[in-house]
Design a protein around this ligand. Structure first.
Ligand code: CA
Length: 438
């Protein structure tokens, strides 16, 4: 099972690969996340694994005979440079690859053959790791549901279906971009205060949504649901996701069918995919159901999921305004949501998505929905932090924000920490807001 702790998680393992960059703590030998990169020498994207300050070039490692035959042919099957082919493989093969990487990269000294396959991360350009064909976005935080619901229905913030299923809508895969891609302020229809007829123009309420991206591994056949008990075998790994949202456009367009243009203009993912196996030490029980919640329907209930279906991932959301940049200030943290507070698990999301027989394919993206906790410091979007744009957030320069302004850079980082284990991180998910084109 994916939650079994094995020798690849051993906290005593160290790698001789240098680890001096500020974010290199994220990529110890216990993590081994997959990504896709180019260099000045190699202009076609290649698959790589983050380790300390470096990326291990998987193609080069195969060419130099660093893997035994089964693992080598597994990597060679991904010749198009996307992670999808790797994701589609059987879990046991992926585990074999992880073990081989762990053995190759552990130890005080990096041997010459391995060293010749390492590329400095500062010299690599990271690309979107997965060719994402389908993107569903869920709504799995009870705190986010309550806080956003309260703005519309103060006396009845939670709708009854929240307790019975992980609510979701179909998102837009074509606009999922990688960390660092600029975010163009979208235009759309929205109602100005006191008006009856909408205006078309640049959104005045551009928001972030701090989320976890789950990537489907091997998918299912049409008409054959993935049962909750087998969902673990069908999720490959995770990235950070920022589901940028235009709240004013969303408010006007969402009734009765749900969000459309308010969300589809862009979403950003972090470039490394942390595997489910790497997260084994950080598995926890999911958030408790509320006492008034009805009994969970059988297809969404599984004893192992209730015991270990949660993931203890700590996010940090920071903002850096133009003025802060000019004053050479560091990004200012505005929230630290925890994924362990989510009401529904990533496995329940996958089981629910396929429960009607819908097909998912390798690399499909399931967004968790905004990750929010019960405290003021754990709110995963500005809509919640500012109570619908009425209570501004203060920045160190004295500037205030209800929603994002042009020039703001928003970043989301994430990591897992547990006593007795080595911490692992997800990297960064950034976007700078550019003025609208209109
Ligand atoms: Ca969302």
């Amino acid at each position: 099972m994916s939650d079994v702790i094995n020798e690849t998680h051993d906290p005593r393992l160290k790698s001789g690969v240098p680890c001096n960059l500020a974010d290199s703590w994220s990529f110890p030998v216990q993590n081994l996340p997959f990504g896709r990169f180019t260099t000045r020498q190699h202009l076609s994207p290649r698959l790589g694994v983050a380790i300390g300050d470096f990326v291990l070039d998987l193609k080069e490692a195969v060419l130099r005979g660093l893997f035994e035959r089964r693992v080598a042919s597994l990597i060679s099957s991904c010749s198009d440079g996307w992670l999808n082919s790797l994701m589609s493989q059987d879990v046991s093969l992926i585990r074999e690859l992880r073990l081989a990487l762990s053995i190759m990269l552990r130890g005080d000294v990096v041997n010459d053959r391995v060293a010749s396959c390492l590329v400095k991360r500062t010299e690599a350009t990271l690309h979107k790791p997965v060719d994402i064909r389908n993107f569903s976005d869920f709504f799995t935080s009870i705190h986010h549901a309550q806080n956003s619901g309260k703005l519309k229905r103060p006396d009845n913030p939670l709708l009854p279906n929240f307790h019975t299923l992980p609510v979701a809508y179909h998102g837009r895969a074509s606009t999922v971009c990688v960390d660092g891609t600029p975010v163009r302020r979208p235009c759309g229809q929205f109602l100005l205060p006191g008006k009856v007829h909408p205006t078309f123009g640049p959104t005045r309420a551009l928001d972030l949504e701090c989320e976890l991206a789950s990537y489907v591994g091997s998918g299912n056949m049409l008409g054959q649901p993935i049962r909750l008990a087998e969902a673990e075998q069908r999720l490959f790994g995770f990235s950070i996701l920022n589901d940028w949202s235009a709240r004013d456009i969303q408010n006007w367009e969402s009734t009765p069918l749900g969000p459309f243009l308010a969300k589809s203009f862009q979403s950003t993912v972090s470039p490394w995919v942390v595997t489910l196996e790497a997260l084994a030490p950080f598995r926890v029980a999911p958030a408790s159901r509320t006492p008034d919640a009805p009994r969970m329907l059988t297809y969404l209930h599984d004893t192992n999921d209730r015991a270990r279906g949660g993931l203890d991932i700590q996010f940090e959301v920071s903002i850096l305004s133009d003025l802060m940049k000019n004053k050479k200030l560091a990004p200012h943290p505005i929230a630290k949501p925890k994924f362990r507070d989510q009401y529904w698990t990533v496995f329940q999301m996958l089981a629910h998505q396929t429960s009607n027989g819908c097909t998912v394919i390798p690399g499909d993206l399931l967004g968790s929905g905004t990750v929010s906790g019960s405290t003021e410091a754990e709110l995963g979007c500005l809509l919640e932090m500012t109570r619908g744009g009425t209570l501004p957030v203060s920045l160190p320069t004295g500037e205030q924000r209800t929603y994002l302004q042009d020039g703001d850079e928003l970043s989301i980082t994430a990591g897992c920490h547990k006593e007795g284990f080595v911490s692992i991180g997800f990297g960064n998910c950034r976007g700078s807001i550019k003025p609208a084109v209109h």
